[in-house]
Design a protein around this ligand. Structure first.
Ligand code: C2E
Ligand code: MG
Ligand code: MG
Length: 563
């Protein structure tokens, strides 16, 4: 018996005909791969009615009963079958009853065949294995393999694998309204946009019909959020198909390995579940398989929405933290530090929102606003007759990379009328590491405007010190990690001394951040670092408070509040 079963299985798998097997009640039990090819659905989906195969499943079941009252059970059915790409195709099913001892058939066998125009082309000889003929993307045959490979790789290297299962929302409507060839064009265009959203190391495949998948190794859950958002907004842009403008959306289900599944197969299943969840939650969105992830993603999305509103409602303010010459407690400058006055949650520190602003690109606008507000404020103080100081402004990596960055700085200086000598930009070590030539060119252009450039959080990056001489910088800011225990930890003290020595050697100014207690200041003074910034002198304060400090100019060394 088992031998026969095996024989039957092999036959079913290898026969070119599309075979349907139903039970005595004509419920579908099995379909072979040829059926998958003809309808575009996966066998599992056809049998269970999942993955949008519900309609096709009903149609095929009816097809198995061409003449239910014909006791012989044999017959020929023909009618439309809804395929996975949303089209209805004319098909024929030749049904044969399989009888056991009794007169009632135990099983039915059906041979499914597309008829007439609109049938899917027979696999042409030149069709390449593993490539979707319509879009040129890898197809389902490659997909499982890529997922398995990804799982293996992650198991070796660590990290996570994200599987994004993506379906077009209401694709059938496009097909019905504009016809199949418009539908095909749309799919080709969708594939093109998807390709643009991914890195070279990611794989995007067309599974069937309106379903695509993306396999990518990620460092953190945020990476998959970023890509999912990118995909959603890329697809949301109207398509031009023939003379028509078509607007269509995507639903995306995300599952992560090893968080959500133990195997490639499990990962695929969970991403399907997540996709289903995305569809029933209203489409045009992404959903994670895990609830935790959804909560985090929602919080992130909320933050993004509130940030946009904050920009529109001018909820940002700039605080100023003095830089002080330690030997006589005189203010010699300040750092501008952005704050967000959220009407709901109060004052929010940049650590909480800068990373999201950076990822979403909002940092460009926030950064430009901080820069222009600070320059205008500094100019206003000078206009009042207060002796000028140089104020530094932090620049994020994304801002700095922007091609128009130098122009926008130059325009802000012009608009506010601030002499560039009173402006310094703080960038971090990590921004120096890629494409050194381009970075040097950009920094030189900024220096030519007449402003200062400092390296913030110095010592935390991994740049080689010998490198530093290549960049046209004016100042090093020692990261506060090296100040915190500079008076008690000989190793830290050694690093701080080395950085001070280095800046002297390179003829740079040096500023120590995070000086909280008198011991820090004393150590730094002893080792030749005169300019300090930190809670010991003052926390970052609102503009009006800083203005008063500026007028007084010399600070009492009042005991600093504890952080
Ligand atoms: P940062 O540029 O290194 O700024 C110094 C941070 O150290 C500030 O935190 C400041 O309040 C804090 N600080 C100063 N003195 C002390 C001290 O004695 N002890 C301790 N524990 N901390 C001290 P803040 O204002 O929360 O800013 C955090 C980071 O956010 C900044 O680090 C900077 O990287 C970023 N940031 C702030 N404003 C902007 C901005 O306008 N644009 C951009 N791109 N980033 C900004
Ligand atoms: Mg800074
Ligand atoms: Mg810093």
């Amino acid at each position: 018996m088992t031998e026969q079963t095996a024989l039957f299985d092999t036959l079913l798998a290898n026969i070119g005909d599309a075979v349907l097997v139903a039970d005595g009640d004509r419920r579908l039990l099995r379909v072979n791969r040829a059926v998958e090819a003809v309808t575009g659905y996966r066998a599992d989906d056809l049998l269970t009615g999942t993955g949008h195969a519900e309609e096709a499943r009903g149609q095929l079941r009816r097809a198995m009963a061409p003449a239910a009252d014909d006791i012989s059970g044999d017959g020929l059915w023909s009618g439309p079958v809804r395929c996975a790409d949303g089209t209805e195709r004319q098909m024929e099913v030749r049904v044969a009853a399989v009888k056991g001892a009794g007169s009632q058939p135990l099983h039915y066998l059906g041979l499914l065949r597309p008829v007439g125009a609109g049938m899917p082309a027979e696999p042409a000889a030149e069709r390449r294995f593993g490539v979707d003929a319509l879009t040129g993307l890898p197809d389902r045959n490659i997909f499982t393999d890529r997922v398995e490979q990804g799982v293996l790789q992650i198991t070796r290297t660590g990290g996570s694998l994200a599987l994004l299962m993506m379906g077009l929302d209401r694709f059938t409507l496009v097909n019905d309204a504009l016809g199949h060839s418009a539908g095909d064009q749309l799919l080709v265009e969708v594939a093109r946009r998807l390709r643009k959203c991914i890195r070279e190391t990611d794989t995007v495949v067309r599974l069937d019909g309106d379903k695509f998948a993306l396999v990518m190794a990620i460092a953190g859950m945020d990476d998959s959020v970023i890509v999912a958002e990118k995909v959603l907004s890329a697809i949301r842009e109207p398509f031009r198909i023939g003379g028509d403008e078509v607007v269509i959306t995507f639903s995306i289900g995300i599952a992560l390995y090893p968080q959500d599944a133990q195997s490639g197969g499990g990962l695929i299943k969970q991403s399907e579940n997540a996709l289903h969840y995305a569809k029933v939650s209203g489409r045009n969105q992404y959903r994670f398989f895990s609830r935790d992830m959804n909560v985090k993603a929602r919080a992130r999305l909320d933050l993004e929405t509130r940030l946009r509103r904050a920009l529109a409602n001018s909820e940002f303010v700039v605080y100023y933290q003095p830089k002080v010459r330690a030997q006589d407690n005189t203010i010699v400058g300040a750092e501008a530090l952005v704050r967000w006055c959220d009407p709901e949650r109060g004052m929010i520190s940049p650590g909480e929102f800068i990373p999201v602003a950076e990822e979403t690109g909002l940092i460009e606008q926030i950064g430009a606003w901080v820069l222009s507000d600070t320059c205008a404020q500094n100019k206003a103080w000078q206009n009042e007759g207060i002796a000028p100081v140089r104020i530094s402004v932090n620049v994020s990596a994304r801002q700095f990379r922007n091609r128009v960055f130098v122009d926008s700085v130059s325009r802000i200086l012009e608009d506010t009328g601030l002499d560039p000598a009173w402006l310094e930009l703080e960038i971090t070590e990590s921004m120096l590491m890629h494409d050194v030539e381009a970075v040097v060119r950009k920094m030189t252009a900024l220096r030519e405007l007449g402003l200062g450039l400092s390296i913030d959080d110095f010592g935390t990056g991994y740049s080689s010190l010998s490198y530093l001489g290549r960049f046209p910088i004016t100042t090093l800011k020692i990261d506060r990690a090296f100040i915190a225990d500079v008076d008690t930890n000989p190793k830290t003290a050694e690093i701080a001394r080395a950085i001070i020595g280095l800046s002297k050697g390179l003829n740079l100014e040096v500023v120590a951040e995070g000086c909280e207690v008198a011991e820090h200041v004393l150590f730094l003074q002893d080792h030749g670092c005169q300019t300090v910034q930190g809670f010991y002198y003052s926390r970052p304060v609102p503009a009006e408070d800083f203005r008063r400090m500026l007028i007084g100019r010399v600070l009492d060394r009042a005991p600093a509040p504890v952080a």
